[in-house]
Structure formats: structure tokens, C-alpha cells
Design a protein around this ligand. Structure first.
Ligand code: SF4
Length: 396
């Protein structure tokens, strides 16, 4: 775990514990599981009943330090200014990233926009894993409440666990003689189970959507839970996803458009009855391909479609990476590991899809297949149709 995350969409990464169980198509090549094999006593184990490992006390103090720094930082023309001293006149001295000091009157300082670092919670676990001791989750929730200057990115593949886990949090905390931490966790759990409130002001709640099936199951649940920002992580993207699509036969919801605030959902998910209409919807979509030795390719049209759906309704879109594979022209990549990505995400096959060996490149492309080459994550980069997509939800 690095203090300053290399992930482009977050400022810091905090892992409260390590270890998990595979849960979703995106888990097939879980890098955290591979990493954990080097040192399971510290990095946790994978699978039902396997031990999860709580991070050290030193790690748990890091978000407190980040919060103090954020509280002392303001933005001046987009540049970070860190307050470090008060003058004898009661003004604030602050320095920028080039160590240049500026003196601010307190009212001027207070009027500057806040710098709000984003903290991605759990790159080596899932924060709603129901095998984690509930006391650990209480501790995490208390930490989130105690760090109001941080925006917490709570991403999960188990969004349907949120309500049952919050019920367990409430059951685990006594009603009287409780600590401040327990009171904070209780207040947050109650907010999540009802209509939100100011306590959720620093929570960006997200769920992973790797394909349409995940979208159909998870988005209605995400939309039913209060959060300051709701986001999707479409990574690794393993198939086309239409966020405007009605659930077809067999899906859990009758009609839902994740964007336009006119969702209508009637039905039951995980034992909970939902019925709502007209509520605020998604605020951010992140998209990316898979990394690692067994990475599966992402069809460029899946990423383009998500980008275009977001653009059409003004929802910020962030294209994180291609991953191991990127689109290529067959004639330019004959020496590379390459193949064709199925347009519906039924796996990529190389050198040519089964039963289609008689077709040439142009014929396969006409059938929607994309020729992709394995060039490695660094070389594949993060340009989509020639440019970076680095959009974020607006700061409050
Ligand atoms: S939920 Fe995340 S940490 Fe857990 S197995 Fe899946 S990818 Fe790995």
C-alpha cells in the first residue's frame, strides 16, 4: 500500500484490512490475491473462511494526518497553499508547491476553496466483504466521520451488502455508554439506512460494473443509497454496458435509466423492497481495461459507448487505462500477441475467433470484432480516440 496512490482517480489509498473472496466476473484475475501470496500473514488470504488481516495502527493513523493536511490547505488559482504559521498580526502564512510563502488575512484564507483529497478505500479488499469482523467496519466508519476534509471513495462489488452490514453495525453498538467512535459509526449507519443527511457529505459511493448483468443488478441498489457522489467503476470492462437500458426479462428492475433521474424501480433485491421514482442519479463513470498476466481485452466500442452515454447527459467520464491490451491494426502488429475481441464480450479469441477462421480482418471488423494487441499497460496508455478523459465530479 503506497501513501500516495498511483491510481489516477484518487489522491491516497487506504487499506483498512486485507483479504477477500472472489465475488464477480471482475475478480477472476484479482491482483490483490496474487500479491497476497507473497506474504499472506500481512496481505491476507482469499476465499470463504480465510483470515482477513487488519492493517497496523500506524496505517490507521494515516487518514488522520491526511485530514489535518487537507484542513490546512486551500486552493489559490488552482494551486495548493499549505498554511503553516500564524503571524503576530493574526494572519496566516502559507506556502505553495514551489515553497513560495504568501500571507493571508484570515477572512481571505477562509474564502479560498478547500482542497479535498480523495481517499480510495480498500484496493486489497472489499469494504463490504461480509466475512470481515463487524468491529473493523465500525472502526472504519468512525474514521470516515472523523476525517471530514477527505472525500472517501467507497467502491464495492457487494453494494447489496450495504444495508445488511449497516444493520449489523447497529446491532453491534450498544445503545448507552458508547464511545465517540461508536456514536459516529451509529450515526453513519442510521443515515445510510434512512435518507442520508450531512454526515454523508464526504462519501463517494461506488459500485463495480463489469458488464450489463452487473449493471442490472447493482445500479438500482446504488441509486437507492444516500451518498454525496454516486459513481461506477467499469473496470475491468468485460462487455458492453448500456446505462439507459431497461431491465429485460429476468432482470431485477422494471425500468431504470441511471442518468436522467426518472428511474422507476419496483421489485426486490436481496430481500429489500424498493419502490421509487425521480431521484438524483449517477455523478461519475470510470472506465478501464484489465492489467496483469491473464488480462482480458476491452473492446474499444464498449469504452466509446460509455463515454458517449456520459457526454450525452453531462456526466463526468474518466478513462483510466486500456490495461494490457489495446486496439490495433492487424497489419501493424503481426509480431505481437494479438487477437479479436468479441463485440458482446463473450471472450476474446486469438489468433482468430472459433468458426470464423475463414474470415479476413475486414470481414471480422464488419461483424463487430475488434483487433487488439497485447502491448503491456504502460505502452497501451490511456488515450481514447486520441485524447485523455479526466473528468471528475465538481467539488462542492
Ligand atoms: S472484490 Fe476486489 S479484492 Fe475482492 S476478490 Fe474481487 S477484485 Fe479482489
Amino acid at each position: 500500500m503506497a501513501e500516495n496512490s498511483k491510481i489516477e482517480w484518487t489522491t491516497h489509498t487506504f487499506n483498512p484490512w486485507r483479504g477477500c473472496t472472489k465475488w464477480s466476473p471482475g475478480c477472476a484475475n484479482c491482483y490483490a490475491e496474487t500479491l497476497s501470496k507473497r506474504n499472506p500473514a500481512v496481505l491476507g488470504e482469499w476465499g470463504p473462511g480465510k483470515p482477513r488481516v487488519l492493517a497496523s495502527a500506524r496505517m490507521w493513523k494515516q487518514p488522520i494526518k491526511w485530514d489535518i493536511t487537507a484542513n490546512n490547505t486551500r486552493l489559490l488559482n488552482g494551486e495548493k497553499m499549505l498554511r503553516y504559521q500564524m503571524t503576530s498580526d493574526g494572519d496566516f502564512k502559507a506556502y505553495d508547491t514551489k515553497a513560495k510563502t504568501t500571507i493571508f488575512r484570515p477572512d481571505v484564507w477562509a474564502a479560498l476553496p478547500a482542497w479535498r483529497p480523495r481517499v480510495f478505500c480498500a484496493s486489497l479488499a472489499d469494504w463490504l466483504d461480509d466475512e470481515v469482523p463487524i468491529e473493523w467496519l465500525v472502526r472504519l466508519m468512525a474514521l470516515i466521520v472523523a476525517t471530514p476534509n477527505l472525500d472517501w471513495l467507497l467502491l464495492t462489488k457487494r453494494i447489496e451488502n450495504l444495508r445488511p452490514r449497516m444493520e449489523r453495525v447497529l446491532n453491534a453498538i450498544p445503545r448507552t455508554n458508547i464511545t465517540l467512535a461508536e456514536a459516529s459509526a451509529r450515526a453513519l449507519a442510521e443515515a445510510w439506512l434512512t435518507t442520508g443527511g450531512s454526515i454523508i457529505h464526504n462519501i463517494w459511493l461506488g459500485t463495480s460494473v463489469e458488464n450489463q448483468d452487473c449493471a442490472d443488478k447493482r445500479i438500482p441498489v446504488l441509486l437507492s443509497i444516500p451518498a454525496k457522489v454516486r459513481f461506477l467503476s467499469c473496470e475491468p470492462l468485460l462487455g458492453p454496458v448500456d446505462l439507459r437500458k431497461s431491465g429485460g426479462p429476468g432482470t431485477a428492475y422494471k425500468s431504470a435509466n441511471a442518468f436522467d433521474g426518472n428511474a422507476l424501480f419496483i421489485g426486490e433485491i436481496g430481500g429489500i423492497d424498493f419502490a421509487w421514482s425521480k431521484r438524483e442519479m449517477l455523478h461519475w463513470v470510470i472506465c478501464g481495461g484489465e492489467s496483469g498476466p491473464d488480462a482480458r481485452p476491452m473492446h474499444p466500442d464498449w469504452a466509446r459507448s460509455l463515454r458517449d452515454q456520459c457526454k450525452a447527459v453531462g456526466v463526468p467520464f474518466l478513462f483510466k487505462q486500456w490495461g494490457e491490451w489495446m486496439p490495433a491494426r492487424e497489419e501493424e502488429t503481426v509480431s505481437l500477441h494479438s487477437g479479436y475481441c468479441h463485440p458482446e464480450g463473450r471472450g476474446a479469441k486469438w489468433p482468430s475467433p472459433p468458426g470464423l477462421g475463414e474470415y479476413g480482418p475486414r470481414e471480422l471488423e464488419a461483424r463487430g470484432f475488434a483487433f487488439v494487441a497485447r502491448v503491456g499497460k504502460a505502452k497501451a496508455g490511456r488515450l481514447l480516440d486520441g485524447r485523455e478523459w479526466n473528468e471528475f465530479p465538481a467539488q462542492p
